[in-house]
Write a protein of this length. Structure first.
Length: 298
């Protein structure tokens, strides 16, 4: 039944039996607006922003909220909808699967949430939901399936990193914000990632943003059990995974330090931008993020 629904939806949005103007809106969401839409038969929904001037399938950016937050809060805080209107990409802002407080937390298998609880087998599978949402929006003709990206704040940044590890076949690049990881902390030595927990199927381009004064997910490591190893260690691990051959020279300007790795397989560079004066917040430069995404396809 699910397969039949997808086929029918694809025919509908290809213009068979429906006005082309409806297809151009993408799920009936008018260009320049945001609306909650149900994803297939998953029983879950997300807030979808369709950019101004939308007329055909477009790149898609998943925006993942921080722990105990919501997709609506994240869309407002990040200002990513405004960036999408300037550059013509869709934004999908879902809620995580595990309810907590007034919001939700993401299910990263084997890693405790901010409550200290490790998600169990009966908790919603966020990887399955997000990958199905990406596929569904592509099948409908709303999104360009080769240009699907993911970013997120804090717990959403860690979920973004996890998707890079386990769903590289679905996403073209990732941009964690105050949340770059490269697998779970090692049970033997948490100052390093456990290599068994991050084995992407292809090189994954990474641009990560952080605050030098972040005491929640410190760039130097430590903190909560889900964090532990330094951001530089995560960068180096992604460089290894991507087969990068050369570190990028560190460049500092206006309190922003940028470094990373280049000459990587399939152009999968690793870039880190740290705002020395910022803390645990949306420190991303949306324009720099989109410029990085726009050069990548799956």
């Amino acid at each position: 039944m699910r397969g039949l629904k997808l086929v029918c939806a694809a025919l509908l949005f290809a213009g068979i039996g429906a006005p082309s103007a409806f297809a151009a809106q993408c799920l009936g969401v008018a260009p320049g607006t945001s609306q909650r839409v149900v994803i297939g038969d998953t029983g879950r929904s997300l807030l979808l922003h369709v950019p101004s001037g939308y007329t055909k399938r477009a790149p898609l950016v998943f925006l993942l909220h921080g722990s105990t937050g919501t997709g609506a809060q994240m869309l407002a805080e990040s200002k990513l909808a405004e960036t999408a209107d300037r550059h013509g990409f869709l934004v999908a802002a879902p809620d995580a699967g595990i309810a907590e407080g007034k919001g939700f937390v993401w299910n990263i298998p084997g890693v405790p949430t901010v409550t200290g609880k490790v998600p169990g087998p009966n908790d919603p599978d966020d990887v399955a939901f997000l990958t199905e949402a990406a596929q569904w929006l592509g099948t409908l003709g709303c999104a360009d399936a080769s240009r699907v990206y993911v970013t997120g704040l804090s717990g959403g940044g860690r979920m973004t990193s996890w998707l890079g590890c386990v769903a590289a076949d679905r996403f073209a690049a990732i941009a964690p914000v105050v949340g770059l990881r490269a697998g779970n902390p090692s049970p033997v030595d948490p100052r390093f990632p456990d290599p068994k927990t991050c084995q992407p199927s292809r090189p994954m381009p990474v641009i990560a943003f952080a605050g030098g004064r972040d005491t929640t997910n410190p760039v130097e490591g430590g903190g909560a059990p889900y964090w532990q190893y330094p951001m530089r260690t995560a960068e180096a691990r992604w460089a290894d995974l991507n087969g990068c051959r050369r570190p990028r020279p560190t460049v500092s300007a206006g309190g922003i330090e940028e470094h990373g790795y280049t000459e990587c397989r399939s152009g999968a560079e690793v870039v880190a931008r740290i705002d020395s004066q910022a803390g645990h917040s949306w420190v991303a430069d949306n324009e720099a993020m989109w410029a990085f995404f726009a050069r990548r396809r799956r």
